[in-house]
Design a binder for this molecule. Structure first.
Ligand code: PEP
Length: 248
């Protein structure tokens, strides 16, 4: 079922004290957010325990920013999805554009992570999106479809039924350049039509969402919420974005 979701991706930021304080400030302001909006925060791996302790028993869910493609074994530096589940994570971001484009992770590798996350009982927040060059070449839909099909090939078509999809045009992430609501809606509708059970899948928009543009994006019929980077590091901004989700 489609539900408004806003997830904060805290990336490589914070100290143990500052992430505890940020989580607490979000909790303190939560009354401004519709009760049916699922709020998620994704701190770095090493901060999960601190943030989990603050969020314990509240309506804010914990997510991780990534997960290993493997369950266990000799994979130095990796963190398995089951380990994240043990820390109380309900979500894990998979295939974020910084993983794909800064660290060179392929569609197939992202798909393997997706399957590992689902196997551990977590919900993947699976990121798809085109580069500026792709968009200028008219390849936006083809790129997004390729990224979705990679998961279907690895995990079967049913895998995406259970996921949250985040459409994040690479050219809009951290750049201050947001897709217009119409540009975002076009791709969201395409994703919904491409998925087997698209009518019931939550599809988030990500890419320089701020308090002043969130409502216009979230008002689009196929946008169910947002994946928020920079603006999720300020509790007031993040809460204002969460409060901009539709309530129905
Ligand atoms: C992101 O990293 O997922 C993101 C959307 O970042 P920002 O909001 O800073 O563009």
């Amino acid at each position: 079922m489609r539900t408004p979701i806003v997830a904060g991706n805290w990336k490589l930021n914070g100290t143990r004290a500052s992430v505890r304080s940020l989580a607490q400030s979000i909790l303190d302001g939560l009354s401004s957010v519709h009760a049916d909006t699922q709020v998620v925060v994704c701190p770095s791996f090493v901060h999960l325990g601190d943030v989990a302790a603050v969020l314990d028993g509240t309506r804010v869910a914990l997510g991780a920013q990534d997960a290993a493609d493997q369950e266990q074994g000799a994979f130095t530096g990796e963190v398995a999805a089951a380990m994240l589940a043990e820390y109380g994570c309900r979500y894990a971001i998979v295939g974020h554009s910084e993983r794909r484009h800064v660290y060179g992770e392929s569609d197939a590798f992202s798909a393997a992570k997706f399957a590992a996350v689902r196997a551990a009982g977590l919900t993947p927040i699976y990121c798809v999106g085109e580069t500026l060059e792709d968009r200028e070449n008219g390849a936006t839909h083809a790129v997004v479809e390729r990224q979705l099909r990679a998961v279907e090939q690895h995990d079967g078509v049913a895998g995406l039924d259970e996921a949250v999809i985040a459409y994040e045009p690479v050219w809009a992430i951290g750049t201050g350049r947001t897709a217009t609501p119409e540009q975002a809606q076009d791709v969201h509708r395409f994703i919904r039509e491409t998925l087997r059970n698209g009518a019931s899948v939550n599809i988030l928009y990500g890419g320089s969402v701020k308090p002043d543009n969130a409502a216009a994006l979230f008002a689009m019929p196929d946008i169910d919420g947002g994946l928020i980077g920079g603006a999720s590091l300020q509790a007031d901004d993040f809460l204002a974005i969460c409060a901009a989700t539709r309530s129905e």
